[in-house]
Write a new protein. Sequence first.
Length: 391
Amino acid sequence: MRLNAGRKNCRGKGPPLCQKPQAGASNGAPVIGAARLARKRDAAIVRHPMAMDLAEIADVEQRGLAAFAAATSAAELEEARRVYLGGSGHAKRILGGLKDVPREQRGPFGKAANELNAKLTQAFEAARARLGSAAEAPRDGFDITRPGRRREVGHAHLITQTIEEIATIFQRLGFAQAEGPEVEDEFHNFDALNIPAGHPARNPEDNFYLRVAGAADGQPVPLLLRSQTSTIQIRTMEKTQPPVRVIAPGRVYRPDTVDATHHFMFHQIEGLAVAEDLTFGDLKSVLELFIREYFGADTKMRLRPHYFPFTEVSAEVDINCAMFKHLKKPWLEILGCGMVHPNVLQAVGYDPDKVTGFAFGMGVERIAMLKHRIGDIRHFVANDLRFLRQF
Ligand code: DAH
């Protein structure tokens, strides 16, 4: 467009500089194609202020304003600024060329050049304001206006909560917490608990016996998943001399058919106290304190005679309280208990003539189901968040 005009001018002005277009043309940036031609022309203009005419200024203005208006990113805007307002850009070049224009012609050129500079600057500022947030956005494109990601805070499973609540009450009564292995031998699960060979509780159909590699004829070997936390009574007494006072929560396993109230795995909490002169009265008062604390001060308790191999005497504890009014049953069975059988004390090396003890055991799922009105034991292991989040 202005190429020919430029040439004509420079021919008329002496040395044909326009024939060496690259001289002085580069501002350091690589020049190619159409842009290269433009730079050739620009070079001619710089060297020959007379090449500047008002049409050239109008042309730069038009292209510059369009470039600023068209910029859609901070990078594009910066490129347009560099070309039109930068140190080697068009505006500087045209203003700088003024000094070479003969003084008598400078008026209109000066006015046009200053106006060009002002308009380009204004257009640049407007584009910068328009692209402001984009220009400031970090390179990875993180959008600070997006809503935050909610961090899920989990909580203890209801069974864990129930165990902690019960254990805390017994801790206040001086019971330490004990534990034992889930894979047990027959001595701890049966023999030491006064459940002799041939007792129906040892029936292979009623226990998860483990077939250990190398066992002859695939016969069950004397290892099993414990069927009761009473095993921890034995393990504790083996390690400790009386007095003993422990509470022992844990999982137990029985091959029951799963339904709303039975599961092959559930939790029990065992209690054991052994010392000189402990009586059934001590057992009763400890259980009463616990029951009133856990089920409410209005709770009534009754002890019903029962049989357990590892206690003598033995009882089951029934409660009656406002919490279970809706069940419309006057008495609910919640645990088994009794005075530790002398055979059990003997099995761990205690002297039954010197010490006595009491023990009790309760099912955690059963207590949690009663307290929270849960109708199906399978909810505890189904991992359904709609259930778990309720507690
Ligand atoms: N181990 C018994 C069961 O699984 C529960 C039990 C009853 C534990 C009486 C005791 C106890 O310590 O004294 O059914």
